[in-house]
Design a binder for this molecule. Structure first.
Ligand SMILES: [Zn+2]
Length: 411
């Protein structure tokens, strides 16, 4: 309880500070510093964790080029006191789409990354779904909604994680990424738990409802990048300037993010800008730049996230909580045209839905072996099937919530 009290005081002080000095993008490291000051074992635990992470990277670095996309089940807990805080489903869907586009490097701004940084762009091969199965084994939308009697802003407080304190209990934090969306006091954007930080019941990320998704939100935090940033922390990413901006040019445990001594909060500068010894990657999701500026993770950050996911957060990979191919979902069809069918050397696939989260198209043979995979946003894609033997194949088109499977004949 002493810890909760200290938190409440500290975040209150932080709020006062932020009101005086403008928006506060993220309080993840502030919360970590508080835990560290309260928990004598925390530093030792972090050291052990870091050894595990670095060992995994050392032993698995060469595997990362192999495509093996994993899907993380997400539950979004909406806590509301006033009507506008009870954000609609569409706003939540828009945020999950953004998270997927950002983590898969499918975001539309990816081409704007300066050429010097282009080779460092990473598709993290991490996907997210709204959970389809709740902790009791029942089907779910992956969204909970609850009135909170806290009108000031329960976001960033310990209470947000506990139903009996006006918040919402987490779903099993070993197996779900819990995202709480609520009002925050002050201008705080959000916070995320570093692995092993605090009580398991509080593990996850929190985002200000005014910065969630790209519907009903205002610039400069209107493109859903607050969540992308906080999920980066959840998978163990540091800010590029290191543990604290006061350190300046500190270590983020990632080799391919240049050292920095500037957060770029409230800014969207022109490349190049230098705060340490080389141009800053202010377009990296782990900076505080405006949403429109944030466009990429690096290969080093990908490795650190995958290392975390496969070790400390391996529980997220267990079970079929996303289960996107369940019969229940088959009626959520994608509107898709496939032609010609039968086909010879080319097959065209046309998808009309414009709110796409990056469709994947896969072709399977009769034995279920995947023959081809393509990804695209919407419109028409041409598949070269000139090498295919004559026969029957199955074409699967899907995004996070929709799927369609069609039989295709190759002559
Ligand atoms: Zn942060």
């Amino acid at each position: 309880m002493r810890l909760f009290f200290c938190f409440a005081i500290s975040l209150f002080c932080l709020n006062i500070h932020s009101q005086q000095s403008g928006p506060n993008r993220c309080v993840a490291t502030v919360k970590r510093d508080l835990f560290q000051s309260q928990d004598g074992d925390f530093i030792g635990m972090k050291k052990e964790q870091e050894e595990v992470i670095q060992d995994w990277i050392k032993n698995n670095g060469d595997r990362v080029g192999q495509r093996s996309v994993v899907t993380i089940p997400v539950v979004v807990h909406v806590l509301w006191n006033s009507f506008e805080e009870d954000i609609p489903d569409d706003q939540i869907f828009s945020q999950i789409e953004i998270l997927n586009l950002d983590f898969r490097a499918l975001n539309v701004e990816i081409g704007e990354v300066p050429s010097a940084f282009q080779p460092l762009i990473a598709d993290t091969e991490i996907d997210f779904c709204l959970a389809q199965i709740d902790p009791s084994g029942n089907s779910t939308s992956g969204i909970t909604r609850k009135f909170t009697n806290n009108p000031v802003g329960i976001g960033g407080t310990s209470a947000i994680h506990f139903s009996d304190q006006g918040g919402q209990d987490a779903w099993d934090t070993d197996h779900y990424l819990n995202i709480w969306v609520a009002k925050f006091a002050g201008n705080i954007g959000g916070t995320g738990s570093f692995p092993g930080m605090g009580m398991p019941e509080e593990d996850g990320v929190e985002v200000n409802y005014l910065q969630f998704g790209n519907l009903n939100v205002e610039p400069p935090y209107h493109l859903g990048r607050t969540l992308t940033h906080e999920v980066g922390h959840y998978f163990n990413l540091e800010h590029p300037w290191g543990a604290s901006i006061s350190d300046c040019c500190g270590d983020d445990f990632v080799a391919d993010t240049p050292e920095a001594c500037e957060t770029y909060i409230g800014q969207c500068p022109s490349h190049p800008v230098v705060s340490c010894s080389q141009p800053d990657m202010f377009m990296n999701y782990m900076f505080y730049s405006d949403d429109a500026c944030l466009t990429m993770f690096t290969g080093g950050q990908k490795m650190r996230m995958l290392a975390t996911l496969n070790t400390i957060r391996a529980g997220l990979l267990e079970g079929n909580i996303c289960d996107p191919v369940s019969s229940e979902n088959l009626d959520k069809m994608v509107e898709v045209k496939i032609f010609p069918n039968p086909a010879n050397d080319k097959l065209f696939v046309e998808i009309e839905s414009q709110s796409s989260s990056g469709y994947s198209i896969r072709l399977f043979n009769l034995f279920g072996h995947e023959m081809m995979e393509e990804k695209f946003l919407f419109g028409e894609v041409e598949l070269n099937i000139s090498d295919f033997q004559a026969g029957v194949y199955f074409l699967e088109v899907k995004n996070k919530t929709k799927i369609k499977i069609e039989k295709v004949v190759v002559n």
